[in-house]
Write a protein that binds this ligand. Sequence first.
Ligand SMILES: [Zn+2]
Length: 436
Amino acid sequence: MITALPLIISHFVRAKWRWRWLRGERLRGFQERRARQIVQYANRHAPFYHEHWRGHDLTSWRALPTVDKRLMMANFDTFNTRGLSGAQAMQIALEAEQRRDFTPTLKGFTIGLSSGTSGHRGLFVAGPAEQAAWAGTILARTLHKLTRRYRVAFFLRSNSNLYESAGGALIQFRYFDLMLPLDQAVAQLNQYRPQIVIGPPSLLEMLAGERERGSLHITPERLISVAEVLEPQVRERLTTIFGVPLHQVYQCTEGLIAISCAAGALHVQEDAVALDYEPLEGQRVTPIVTDLWRTTQPIIRYRLNDVLQLDAQPCACGSAWQVIRAIEGRSDDVCYFESAAGERRAFFPDTIRRMILLSSPAIQEYQAVQERPGQLRIALDLPTDTPFEPVADSVRRSVAATIAQYDCRPADVTIAPGVPTTAPGIKRRRVRRIDR
Ligand SMILES: [Zn+2]
């Protein structure tokens, strides 16, 4: 998409500038101006929002009623400002996935499908100008120093032409389909020799395994994790095996939320989204997203289904933009146990992860599934020469102790060997709740 290049470069330059200069009052003023413009635009051009906001003061936009994925998908035709049909968009997106050809557009708009489980899929549409803004911003924030032309390998479940548009003079992008058999991916990577590899952590882990086996010879300068929760033990394994920094892009259908800075902290992209935070238990929050740029499919006061931990400390890089300490997972995956007084208590995915992993260093992989409150089914992978029962006992004790510590009744816990493998292209969720 050569014609978009000047626009991408212009956004790249402006994004660099904003990262440097938007602080304090200037940042708040910027967010306020852009949010008000977007709200006015959506009110005029998206019938859904016009109805949704009836009787509300549009200038106090942070008090407007929220939306979520269910509302967006149920009202797709009027949620967007171009009268694009959700049924048509979905058909195009599904056909594109089947044929692995992501060039078709709907009336000139790029269609993408988020990789939620079926039934929870999210559609997004973006025009060429929005794609250029996205590409310019993401390049400005991930290429911290532009000293030469980078070769980037980008592993995606589905290539939407949103991603291919970022190629050009600054950077050479090569897209790899996540469905590509691993040995072929390894052969192609060995030939391409990327300096940056971007992909979901489950894929990066497979590549780490190939590197340990000696079949993958690339020496990237940096890995970038996208699309799945990056758990601390995976981060450690990847940085150890590749010996390079691992950064994150936290982005979803609803917008570009956060990107790691050169110091490795995950900063909210405050010039791309204005976030409000709903407090959950402990230090956790769930974000409400207002995208400051998207006009085709305005994302305004959108409650994201994620659990975050924020960092109160300023970052060593000097930026005052909010740092996210951890993305814990989806709020759908919060598990519940019953307190002695008969109340349901929430156990966040991070708590479940810790009570399992900290109980034994032998655990190589785990999965925890809750089918009903008070119950937990745990699967473990151990090295072949490690007896299973002692580790299972130790996990059982750790789970019991943690649950008791939160004053909850003993749980119904089953522990078995063998973590089910995740099919290629499916998001890995180690902690899941499926009782809905
Ligand atoms: Zn920083």
